[in-house]
Design a protein around this ligand. Structure first.
Ligand SMILES: N[C@@H](CCC(=O)N[C@@H](CS)C(=O)NCC(=O)O)C(=O)O
Length: 224
């Protein structure tokens, strides 16, 4: 199998960590999304959305980080994607929640508009208001994550062991490293995130986001 990826990509890193944790034989090919390789052939023909990740398994091609995690987990029969109907439905629910409610507000509302030039608004006041709205949206869903989806007892989202929802969710949360988020108001998130960071391949799989954080350091960012 082959994964087209970029080391700093929030949607690739959860897959890279799952591959590493399970020693899945997957070649990884960097697509340089910083220089626009994704918008040109041959990559554009591979994924017309011009996004990483893409997984290739023989002549089967798959886009979408959530779908790729599910495919890989099923391919190796991993308990991280339970077979039981309701347990699987819960994992699917969490992955959809992170992919839509959470990432839309936290990633695209709060983090990226502060660090990606093409997302910044040229009018300073408009930029300030947009980031403030992103922060409010992120806080709404962080509170749900902290108090309801994790809660005071659980180590991981559904119990004592991580599922692919933990891989996806913690990877999306780690985008906050770029602007220096500490999540101080969310003790359950901090505990869960620390448990994910303690897994053996966290540092190597997520090196790209820490490097981005070092590169972005300097301005006083709006954080949570
Ligand atoms: N829904 C897609 C989103 C993928 C995505 O946003 N990829 C970003 C990197 S994290 C990308 O390739 N960006 C390149 C660009 O916007 O030009 C998924 O979950 O796989």
């Amino acid at each position: 199998m082959k994964l087209y990826m970029h080391p700093a990509s929030t949607t690739c890193r959860p897959i890279m960590m799952f591959i590493a944790d399970n020693a899945i034989p997957v070649d990884q090919q960097v697509v340089d999304i910083m220089t626009g390789e994704q918008y040109k052939d041959p990559y554009k023909a591979i994924n017309p959305n011009c996004f990483v990740p893409v997984l290739e398994d023989g002549d089967f091609r798959l886009t979408e980080s959530s779908a790729i995690l599910k495919y890989l987990a099923d391919k190796i029969g991993s308990p991280a994607y339970p077979k039981d109907l309701r347990q699987r439905a819960r994992v699917n629910e969490l992955m959809d929640w992170f992919n839509t409610n959470f990432y839309r507000t936290f990633g695209y509302g709060l983090v990226y508009p502060q660090v990606l030039d093409f997302m910044k608004l040229s009018d300073a006041k408009a930029q300030e208001l947009a980031v403030a709205a992103g922060k409010a949206g992120a806080e709404r869903f962080l509170a749900v994550l902290d108090q309801h989806l994790i809660g005071p007892q659980r180590k991981f989202l559904t119990g004592d062991a991580p599922t692919i929802a933990d891989y996806l969710g913690a990877g999306f949360l780690s985008a906050g490293e770029i602007v220096g988020c500490k999540f101080a108001a969310y003790p359950n998130i901090r505990r869960w995130y620390a448990a994910m960071q303690a897994l053996p391949n966290w540092k190597s799989a997520n090196a790209g986001v820490y490097a981005w954080g070092d590169f972005a350091r300097g301005p006083a960012y709006i954080t949570v």
